[in-house]
Design a protein around this ligand. Structure first.
Ligand SMILES: Cc1ncc(COP(=O)(O)O)c(C=O)c1O
Length: 480
């Protein structure tokens, strides 16, 4: 992650913390645990000194009080913080510091939640839907989800096979915890969504990453899958349409993967379908669990964040054979309990918009497609950019390795060895925030989110192109 420090621009936020921003001192801090900014450091040091002296004073009368053991669970140390969230936060703090930064790092639609959904949320509040709901969600919502899965996806579930959670992220986390034992292997095609590998590590299991290339359309071949499997393989995580590549697995490709999956005695599939509705023809979304023989082995995850522009409402769901749904429900019952009652009422209105999210969602999808075409055309105009055109979601993942590695150098900045440094260069010199590919297991790429207006995207691409002008930017030399 990047944390930006500026010795000239500091402001105090409403809660009294120090925010710092500016161009003079943008530092890469992999885990951002150490305050590097001199002003922030001195404030923190002073606060710590005060806390320690207060603790010492409090401890003085009872001499048997010893310093506390602050050891953390070692699993925490094995987990990387989310770079997409860190970069989005950085872009926000730069904006707050008065810098004209364009943030294309966030994984959320720039549109407002469609009005009928908002109205349903407001009506829910007024009608008193303000109490706990059943742990796995209201019966009405789980029934509506079953109908959606049947109508849109050809998947038959009963309401007790559906668990509604606080976002699809929680659904995925619970699905991993419910199915994966310590030491199990989880197959994750790369480039992958940032959280999959880290969730697997938190579950004390082993992520097995299978790289794919733009030339393969970022699709994992059945041969690669077969070569990866061992007796310890427990879960394959598929994401189609994909964040970060925008790739959509065609039906025949999924069928070929299903043949490999079906031959393995233990292998389950977590099918993350959260971008299902954001698919551009001729690409067509197919649910893995609807393929012959796959229902028993598939845990389907979907949600409301992306399709309905409802990221802040925090609502997602898992649909899975009863044994897995029940296990996920047990985990949820002892952690968060049921999702927001208000969001669940709003979600009923979302599902009532019809197949594919109805006209409000299709309007957003048309806008995303126009932006996808625009961004891809502009990127293709930059020599050295290697692009697999996305067929869904709202990201493009250009392969940019011509721009970093041995010999890559920018005047007034320095060497550019990897995607992390390249993105730091873009945010510092072009004031455009995008995410380094290493966050997704694809260090030769960067991820650009095109969930922004055409005008903003045009401005961002002008800045990126200008910052890569050969007069100031020297590309890598050699072939490695
Ligand atoms: C591929 C993928 N799955 C799941 C999620 C989680 O979505 P939420 O928790 O907002 O429902 C995201 C969000 O970025 C995502 O990109």
């Amino acid at each position: 992650m990047f944390v930006m420090h500026n010795s000239t621009a500091h402001s105090r936020s409403h809660n009294g913390s120090i925010a710092c921003g500016g161009r003079t001192c943008i530092e890469r801090l992999a885990r951002a645990t150490t305050p590097h900014c001199p002003i922030t450091s001195s404030v923190i040091t002073a606060t710590r000194a005060k806390t320690i002296s207060m603790a010492a004073a409090a401890a003085a009368p009872t001499s048997n009080v010893v310093p506390v053991d602050t050891t953390l669970n070692p699993l925490v140390a094995s987990v990387k913080p989310s770079k997409t969230m860190a970069l989005t936060d950085l872009a926000t703090s730069m904006k707050e510091a008065g810098i004209d930064v364009i943030g294309l790092a966030a994984g959320e639609p720039d549109f407002d939640t469609p009005a009928p959904i908002v109205e349903a949320g407001v009506a829910a509040l007024r009608a008193g839907y303000t109490r706990y709901t059943p742990n796995t969600g209201t019966t009405a919502l789980r029934k509506a989800i079953c109908k959606k899965l049947q109508d849109d996806n050809g998947l038959s579930y009963s309401p007790d096979e559906v668990v509604v959670s606080n976002g699809a992220k929680q659904s995925i986390w619970q699905a991993v915890l419910a199915t994966v034992s310590p030491g199990d292997e989880v197959i994750i095609p790369a480039p992958y969504w940032v959280s999959y590998t880290e969730m697997v590590r938190l579950a004390n299991a082993t992520p097995v990453v299978v790289p794919t290339t733009p030339e393969e359309g970022f699709l994992m071949s059945p041969e690669k899958l077969a070569a990866t499997l061992t007796p310890r393989s427990r879960l394959l995580i598929l994401c189609s349409p994909s964040n970060p590549t925008g790739a959509v697995y065609p039906k025949e490709h999924l069928e070929a993967l299903a043949r490999v999956v079906g031959a393995h005695p233990r292998l389950l599939v977590l099918s993350d379908e959260i971008y299902e509705y954001i698919t551009y023809a001729p690409a067509k979304h197919v649910s893995f669990g609807a393929l012959p023989g796959m229902w028993d082995r598939t845990l389907t995850v979907n949600g409301f964040s992306k399709a309905y522009a409802m990221t802040g409402w925090r609502l997602g769901y898992l649909a899975a054979p009863r044994i897995y749904a029940k296990a996920a429900a047990i985990i949820q019952s002892q952690s968060t309990s049921g999702a927001s009652s208000i969001s669940q009422q709003a979600a009923l209105a979302a599902l009532a918009l019809g197949p594919g999210g109805g006209e409000p969602v299709q309007q957003m999808v048309r806008a995303f497609q126009e932006r996808r075409d625009f961004v891809c055309a502009r990127l293709r105009g930059i020599p050295g950019v290697n692009l697999a055109e996305p067929s869904g979601a709202f990201y493009v993942l250009p392969e940019m390795s011509a721009f970093f590695g041995p010999g890559a150098h920018a005047d007034g900045f320095g060497p550019v060895p990897d995607s992390d440094t390249f993105c730091r260069y873009l945010i510092e010199k072009a004031n455009v925030a995008v995410v380094p590919g290493d966050a997704f297991g694809a260090d030769s790429c960067i991820r650009i989110s095109y969930a922004a207006s055409l005008e903003t995207l045009g401005k961002a691409l002008d800045r990126i192109a200008a910052s890569l002008d050969p007069k100031i930017y020297k590309r890598r030399t050699g072939s490695s």
